[in-house]
Design a binder for this molecule. Structure first.
Ligand code: PLP
Length: 399
């Protein structure tokens, strides 16, 4: 008899999406002619830009001329150099500190494997649910929730107690709020004091437009000693279906063994990667390079701008109706504070009265109850339709 890993049974998140899908499908069956607007799952709604398609083609063509076998474990130098130049040219991060992967999810899963099972973990609430679930899967029991509320402007504050690992997201999902320099500095100082590690998820860095929001955590003095930054091409360049991302591990970041000896995290990561993965395909890495250079950069930036414009329209429409929201300034998400505290009730209202699919806030953690997350990955006409549908709700509210 093969026994399962009992930690797998602790994950409850899988129940949220089937409920949403069931409700949506039953309403679709009832009203087959109606166009529903999906502001639920945070996935892209625009096609790949031409420069990225050319990048894939170029990579494949090169592979037809000479053999490209297994690539370097850290990722091709051309891509790491490009990232270092375009994204980190203004800070002390170089191509050697960058490790290419198939996206943030796989980095999130892999990086925590380098840390002890007994590590004390801090996770923001509400948060991208993967942080909590993968620590449950790893069998960690000492998990502290760090609330994101209106009172702290949806920016987490360091706790009194020491922790070993803290997950931070900026710009945030689901709140859409980006952390300011001062708030990040507070975390960097705290991490140094407590010898803690910051796992900084910057999946939405390309959406940052506010002046006082750092584009990378390495703009904050001292962050290179304590922070690992994770980035992705998923939302910045439409790669959710292609898969490409990277993490930055500066050489100063250390882990400790039981004897108190230091180990360079970057070296441990390379050892781990060379055992557990054979990397990302060559044409996809070429496509990543194309997304960051010349025309590709402009085309991807235009897509992100279109999502931001769509998200802003939705937030504006809600505020016009008298609702309170945050987000949509440096992120595609709108975090909608509901008048009543029952987010499933509002989810149902939105679905039944407006044909809009959303996500109840409790799906991101208990502190998320009382909120709905709307994904602004809608551009142009789809955003207008969402606004039109939302206004139906306004009319019902007045009645
Ligand atoms: N991190 C956050 C905060 C996300 O919202 C998402 C996807 O929605 C991811 C990571 C996953 O990124 P990737 O597609 O690179 O795995």
């Amino acid at each position: 008899m093969t026994l399962i890993d009992e930690n797998l049974l602790k994950i409850s998140r899988k129940y949220l999406f089937p409920i949403i899908e069931e409700k949506r499908d039953s309403l679709r069956a009832q009203f087959p002619e109606t166009q529903f607007v999906d502001l639920g799952v945070g996935d892209i709604s625009q096609p790949l830009v031409p420069a990225v398609i050319e990048g894939i083609k170029q990579g494949a063509t090169e592979m037809g001329h000479k053999p490209y076998g297994y690539g370097p474990y850290q990722g091709y130098e051309f891509l790491r150099e490009t990232i270092a130049d375009v994204e980190y040219g203004h800070v002390a991060i170089g191509a050697n500190d960058i490790f290419i992967s198939e996206g943030i999810n796989s980095d999130l899963c892999g990086l925590q494997e380098l840390c002890s099972r007994s590590a004390r973990v801090g996770i923001i609430d509400p948060a991208y649910p993967v942080y909590y679930d993968l620590n449950l899967l790893a069998g960690r029991e000492n998990i502290v929730r760090l609330p994101l509320t209106q009172e702290n402007h949806f920016m987490p504050r360091p706790p009194e107690e020491p922790l070993d690992i803290v997950y931070l997201t900026s710009p945030g999902n689901p709140t859409g709020v980006a952390m300011t320099y001062d708030s990040l500095k507070e975390w960097v100082d705290w991490a140094k004091t407590h010898n803690a590690l910051l796992f900084f998820d910057a999946a939405y860095a390309a959406f940052i437009r506010s002046e006082n929001v750092p584009k990378t955590i390495y703009e904050v003095e001292g962050a290179e000693d304590v922070a690992i930054e994770m980035r992705s091409f998923s939302k910045s360049s439409g790669f959710t279906g292609l898969r490409l991302g990277y993490c930055v591990i500066p050489p100063q970041v250390r882990l400790f063994d039981e004897q108190g000896r230091e180990h360079q995290m970057a070296k441990l990561w390379l050892n781990r990667q060379s055992t557990k993965t054979n990397g990302v395909s060559y044409p996809i890495q070429r496509a990543g390079e194309a997304a960051l250079r010349g025309e590709g950069w402009h085309q991807c930036r235009a897509q992100v701008d279109a999502y931001l414009a769509g998200a802003k329209k939705i937030r504006h429409a809600l505020e016009e109706m008298g609702f309170c929201c945050v987000g949509a300034e440096d992120s595609p998400y709108i975090w909608w504070q509901l008048p009543g505290h029952d987010s499933w009730k509002w989810f149902d209202r939105l679905l039944n009265e407006c044909h809009i699919i959303s996500i109840p806030g409790e799906g991101f953690g208990t502190v998320g109850e009382g909120y709905l997350r709307l994904s602004g990955f809608v551009a142009g006409e789809l955003a207008d339709l969402a606004v039109q549908y939302l206004q139906l709700l306004g009319a019902h509210c007045e009645n």
